[in-house]
Ligand binder design. Sequence first.
Ligand code: ASP
Length: 344
Amino acid sequence: MLDRRRFLLGSTLGSLGLLWNQKSAAMGPSKKLDAPLVLSTWDAGLDANRAAWDVLKAGGRALDAVEKGVMVTEDSLNCCVGLGGNPDRDGFVTLDACIMDEQGNCGSVAYLERIKHPISVARRVMEKTPHVMLVGSGAQQFAVSEGFKLESAELSDDAQRSYKQWLERSHYQSPAKNIENKQNQHGPFAPTRLDDGQWNHDTIGMIALDQQGNLSGSCTTSGAGFKMRGRVGDSPLIGSGLYVDNEVGACAATGQGEDIIRIAGSHLVVEFMRNGATPEEACKKAVGRLVSMRKNKIGDIQICFLAMDRTGSFGAFSLRPGFTYAVRSRNEEKIYKSKSWFDQ
Ligand code: ASP
């Protein structure tokens, strides 16, 4: 529950949000780099960006880059993206992912179990079915029919330990804010699960611009750890966790999925860019939309957006401080810190 101070702060920010949203989209700070270019959420995005960069620098498609890139994170069993992630409250790891290309083609899987690379299954849904989204056992059946291996349902050692700790506490914890970056307390970019079981959510969202000037994006996660069985967040939802419009730009989101869904966050960011906002301003306006919509119900959550327009301008914005993102281009390999609503 909010204490009174936070309630007052929330209400004030709510009104500011309303005022802010009425302002016209002035040019705001966003950085620009030449194509090709890849961005991804959180510090762990550096490794993922390297794999994406190999595709981009060779003149490959942004679509291939964003698939190859996030597969690195899905592969790292110590992380909470992919099968190494924390399970739901019944002890099962369920994965969500989506992908979108420059022509509005998109594919998605949700509530998928025992498949190592949900992003690649999402791509197959896009390329081989008349549908956009497959879920649960249907998604798994499709994956197996496409030749994906059914992996063991056993939790990784780290996930087992976290789950045991969580069961001992036996209450539902909402996702901790910015927990992704606490992994760096254990060494730079070497993900290690926190011992206190707090590291209970994580996502990688990636957007790329290739040498042909085309945009694509991907998003993959094990969702909120210890979630209710069947819970699906924003990450596999085209328009919430990810959106790409090649005429305008692309956006990926991370944070409390329920609140990103409420505002169809990534689509909203792209629409703000269409109306003239810079990427950073568009992300800020989307955060402002949630603040003004939820007011004192905003609670103790984090939401973060990362966007790029079709010219290679990029920026990010989060509700609370602590969101970082990784950038890779010909001249730059770097972690940026996002501004946030609460540092204003
Ligand atoms: N957005 C993800 C979800 O709600 C979690 C995260 O980004 O950390 O499933």
